[in-house]
Design a protein around this ligand. Structure first.
Ligand SMILES: [Fe+2]
Ligand SMILES: [Fe+2]
Length: 352
């Protein structure tokens, strides 16, 4: 359908899968533990796998999977386990009747990066983020922020990709001086984590190593991943209504502007996130041209991935990025009522 050039790395970006425990769920509010939360829609997940099957053999379809949070809808171990089964397995069999139930994405831990969202920190009947690590127990135990390198596969002349992985869910402190409603969906990246980004990029550019892996600072592509949105979509509309302002306040990320600035200073090329449940893209450029650890500064491209499989969203979707040394081609996919189809516009964005 759209061939991959030899000098590109293809990334599949999904977000806000909102799994509950029952894989074949058609979509419900009931049966999920916290009220106000909704489940995944099995039909959308199977439509996704079907589309990827049509695109070609799995090893050619995409090199790496990124899932930017809200993997589960209630943070329960059973929901996160079902999500992991779908992401990690190829065939999912009902052992009781020896019958194929579904195909998954067949992405082992080397071929995927999955990060937590606010829903993955829920854990009681109330939809409040809690201090718990169910997500890390089910997926690979990890600390944040951290670096992950995806080297170009054998036979490809594509760039090395360096992921800078953030957990933007709330850090809950013993004494909270904030509105308890902030615990539903609000996120944060600390100022220390913004500094970590600039420091880590400087170190990689100086040494040629990222997380112990050799990379070429002159051609590697730097991508930051988090769940919450550091930027809002462009809008020509009138000022937001009171209800819209409240929603923005309750779902936003603390230090979003500091994070944006750090991405520009660190020489980040792309930032991938979700949380908003609708897709959009923005590009930020520095107002005063300067240097980053990797050379002259360039634009930072921000991509918000729609919810791929939450059953009630009006416009579910996902992105595929063909990442080259000098820029990215972004393909957006949307739901047409019975399957995912590619939207007609191809977005070509340079890194310099
Ligand atoms: Fe979500
Ligand atoms: Fe979220």
């Amino acid at each position: 359908m759209f061939p991959l050039a030899a000098d590109r790395i293809r990334i599949l970006h999904l977000s806000d899968l909102h799994f509950i425990g029952k894989l074949t769920e058609r979509g419900t509010r009931l049966g999920t533990r916290p009220w106000l939360t909704k489940s995944h829609d099995f039909a959308k997940l199977q439509a996704l796998v079907h589309l990827l099957t049509v695109l070609g053999p799995p090893e050619d379809t995409f090199h790496h999977l990124v899932v930017t949070g809200d993997v589960s809808t209630d943070g329960a171990v059973s929901s996160l386990s079902t999500a992991k089964d779908f992401i990690q397995n190829d065939e999912i069999i009902d052992a009781a009747v020896s019958r194929l139930i579904a195909y998954g994405l067949a992405c082992d831990s080397e071929r995927r990066t999955v990060i937590p969202g606010n829903h993955d920190r829920y854990g009681t009947w109330l939809p409040f983020q809690r201090r718990q690590r169910h997500f890390e127990e089910i997926f690979d135990d990890a600390s944040y922020p951290r670096v992950q390198v995806v080297n170009a596969p054998r036979g490809s002349t594509g760039p090395d990709i360096i992921f800078f992985i953030f957990d933007s869910t709330q850090v809950l402190r013993l004494i909270q001086r904030r509105n308890p409603l902030d615990r539903i969906a609000r996120g944060e990246v600390s100022l220390a984590e913004c500094t970590w980004l600039v420091r880590t990029c400087s170190e990689i550019a100086r040494t040629g190593y990222a997380n112990g892996v050799s990379v070429d600072p002159g051609s590697c592509v730097r991508i930051a991943l988090l769940h919450h949105h550091p930027v809002l979509p462009h809008t020509n509309r009138l000022p937001p209504s009171r209800a819209q302002s409240l929603t923005r306040h309750l779902t936003r990320m603390d230090n979003d502007e500091a994070f944006q600035r750090s991405c520009l200073e660190a020489g980040i090329n792309m930032v991938l996130f979700g949380h908003q449940h609708f897709g959009y893209r923005r590009t930020a450029t520095s107002t005063t041209p300067g240097q980053t650890p990797f050379g002259a500064d360039g634009p930072v491209h921000f991509f918000c991935c729609a919810s791929t499989s939450e059953y009630s969203v009006p416009d579910p979707g996902f992105f595929i990025y063909d990442v080259g040394r000098r820029g990215v081609d972004a393909y957006e996919f949307g739901w047409d009522g019975c399957g995912f189809t590619r939207k007609p516009t191809l977005t070509r964005l340079p890194f310099r």
